[in-house]
Write a protein that binds this ligand. Structure first.
Ligand SMILES: [Zn+2]
Ligand SMILES: [Zn+2]
Length: 440
């Protein structure tokens, strides 16, 4: 549930405003929201900034994953600031806001990579990076006091298939200018090597879909438009019709079409036609890779999906990883599918890669530190182990100082005269007992 605040000269800039989906036992009384029968979500406590929202110059959304965008409809009424984001992310945001009757109240500014805008005392530049969703951005935030590179979620994918790529010189140029602090994704800091490119998955997915005799159902994250493009190419190559089942897949593909990111050769059939097709001509892409209740794959496994029924000899492919905490639900789902006689293929079983992470592994972090050369590394996005490991990687690449924080910590990147502060050895700032973001 990402929510970052940058402060300078009496103003604040918010970067991302996301949610998390707690397990039932972990739901706190605070921060738990039920909305129209959807699962409960949890988000950062915005009290600090809501109390001084006249000082909030704007909200930047780096990309459209729920952990970065999901809290906007809930929290915007407390913030009432303009939002700046990329085209695809804005399209997703509009759809969310419409559900909350907020669409016409929220000023959304669509930005392109390379754009620079003055937002309050901050000069923000949007930079092209690659991730597992279209149109992700890194940010360069410049003020009179210092310059911050905020990576957002990223990987280095030389063949992202959909949307813009990235360029090494974007980041070496930042080093030439000088970067005071780099706030960077730690998710896969404990993973060695380099993340897999989306382009590599064609061979892996073809390898498991081509030999399948019955229906094929692939479950993946709906926001990965590149994955949907790869599956559509494989549908054409194997004589199958592709259709999407599940609300988030249909919503995401709609947003991709509306923002010009959908390949027009990737034709889809309406899922209501699946029941009338020969089994060997079906390629259904379904939501529910995490075993979540009420998703398409759960309903297929339970035999109560309106579009078709799975039978012995059909194949279900998990083109996704298990998010930690979901293993039990996924195992139960796989058990139910196998009991129907369905063959199940997961990313662990497949001979070739059928899933690619969207986050940087060690070699990619090494490269980014060698390119950007920040004075301070501030690892974010991960658990304590990931952030500590990330700090070690930064130091190994010559970064003089790394600051690892906890939720709610405030870091002083440049001393500000006149502000009473206590900086500990790790660089934490005690703000007279006030925490920036209270969680759980
Ligand atoms: Zn994220
Ligand atoms: Zn993400």
């Amino acid at each position: 549930m990402n929510l970052n605040l940058y402060g300078h000269d009496g103003h604040w800039l918010m970067v991302d405003c996301g949610v998390t989906f707690p397990k039932p036992g972990r739901i706190a009384a605070d921060g738990t929201v039920h909305h129209r029968g959807e699962p409960p979500v949890q988000m950062a406590d915005p009290a600090f900034i809501a109390d001084r929202r006249d000082q909030l110059a704007g909200l930047l959304i780096t990309h459209a994953h729920e952990d970065h965008i999901g809290a906007v409809p809930y929290l915007w009424p407390l913030l009432q600031c303009p939002i700046y984001t990329s085209r695809f992310t804005a399209e997703i945001l509009r759809r969310k806001l419409a559900e909350f009757d907020l669409l016409h109240r929220v000023p959304i500014h669509v930005v392109d990579v390379g754009d620079r805008r003055a937002i309050g005392p901050f000069e923000v530049q949007w930079l092209a990076l690659t991730h597992s969703i279209p149109d992700p951005n890194a940010l360069m935030i410049r003020t009179a006091a210092g310059r911050i590179f905020h990576s957002g979620d990223w990987k280095l994918d030389d063949h992202p298939l959909v949307g813009h790529g990235y360029s090494r010189t974007t980041f070496t140029d930042l080093a030439n200018e000088g970067v005071d602090a780099m706030v960077c994704d730690s998710t896969n800091a404990t993973v060695s090597g380099h993340s897999t490119s989306e382009a590599v998955l064609y061979d892996g997915l073809l390898n498991v879909i081509k030999p399948a005799a019955g229906r094929v159902v692939v479950t993946c994250f709906g926001s990965n438009i590149a994955r949907l493009h790869t599956l559509a190419m494989i549908a054409r190559a194997t004589g199958r019709y592709m259709g999407l089942i599940g609300r988030s897949l249909i919503n995401m593909s709609g947003a991709a079409k509306a923002s010009g990111l959908w390949d027009t050769a990737d034709t889809l059939i309406n899922a209501s036609h699946f029941g009338y097709l020969p089994r060997e001509e079906v390629l259904a892409v379904a939501t529910g890779s995490q075993g979540e209740p009420r998703t398409a794959l759960r309903r297929l496994a339970a035999g109560n999906h309106p579009d078709f029924e799975l039978e012995a000899g059909d194949t279900v492919i998990f083109s996704a990883r298990a998010i930690p905490g979901n293993e039990e639900a996924i195992d139960a789902l796989i058990g139910r599918l196998k009991a129907l006689g369905v063959s199940v293929i997961t990313a662990e079983d497949a001979d070739l890669p059928i899933h690619a992470s969207g986050h940087p592994a060690r070699e990619e972090l090494d490269l980014m530190y060698q390119w950007v050369k920040p004075a301070i590394a501030i690892p974010v996005h991960g658990e304590a182990l990931h952030m500590e490991t990330h700090a070690g990687i930064a130091k190994a690449n010559g970064v003089p100082r790394a600051m690892v924080g906890r939720n709610g910590d405030l870091f002083m990147i440049r001393p500000v005269p006149g502000i009473r502060r206590q900086i500990t050895e790790t660089g934490r700032l005690g703000w007279e007992g006030q925490v920036l973001v209270r969680v759980e």
